[in-house]
Design a protein around this ligand. Structure first.
Ligand code: K2U
Ligand code: NI
Length: 192
């Protein structure tokens, strides 16, 4: 049994920091139908994101704001993550199980300010090339197969989290010689 029961509040001490082998190990597929233990962990992860984006709660629990959290970031080798972000129109919340990018655009985007990570307590600057649009197949918390299309910031969040599930950190994708060099022969532009 893991400690992530329904009313457990995830805090920064629960988040695995870079340097731990956990973040570099590939995660295991989650059994479907989803067990209550996995459901509860996923709900705790989404609750962390909500708390972290609430000014009062993030101050109360000293949380770093997050728009995504993968299971291995809380020490579970499970192929699942939660995401919570606005993309202009609406608020988006996702809890995706065994996510798979089944298609993606050729053109790419990047965040001009670079990316951060709840598991990385230092500033790592540089361009992180991401696909501008992706189609993701996954299971939702009820075990139903879902397909979602993401573009813009949502596409970046999803790729950042799916990378975590594959043991990839965002800075693995920054050009080591020149962090601000754009990849050759790729139509890539800043998200804004
Ligand atoms: O996986 C994580 O460590 C959470 C990251 C996800 C992320 C990083 C860069 C670009 C997109 C997603 C953190 O949420 S980054 C911090 C943050 C917090 C609130 C809103 C946006 C980014
Ligand atoms: Ni991260």
């Amino acid at each position: 049994m893991n400690k992530f029961h329904p009313d457990y509040i995830i805090k920064m001490k629960d988040i695995v920091k870079e340097g731990s082998e956990i973040l570099r190990k590939k995660t295991e597929e989650v059994k479907v139908p989803v067990s209550n233990e996995d459901k509860n962990a996923l709900l705790c992860m989404l609750q962390y994101l909500k708390n972290s984006q609430d000014p009062d709660l993030s101050k109360k629990y000293n949380l770093r704001p997050g728009s995504g959290l993968s299971a291995n970031q809380i020490g579970l080798y499970k192929r699942m993550f939660a995401a919570l972000f606005e993309d202009g129109q609406k608020d988006n919340e996702y809890m995706l199980i065994n996510p798979k990018i089944i298609s993606h655009s050729l053109n790419m985007i990047y965040l001009p300010q670079g990316e951060g990570c709840l598991s990385v307590d230092r500033e790592v600057t540089g361009i992180v090339p991401r696909y501008a649009r992706i189609k993701v197949k996954a299971f939702d918390i009820t075990g139903k197969e879902v397909i979602h299309n993401f573009r813009g910031y949502g596409s970046i969040v999803m790729q950042h989290e799916i990378d975590h599930l594959n043991g990839i950190m965002f800075y693995d994708r920054i050009n080591t010689e020149n962090p601000y060099k754009l990849p050759d022969n790729v139509d890539i532009r800043s998200l804004y």
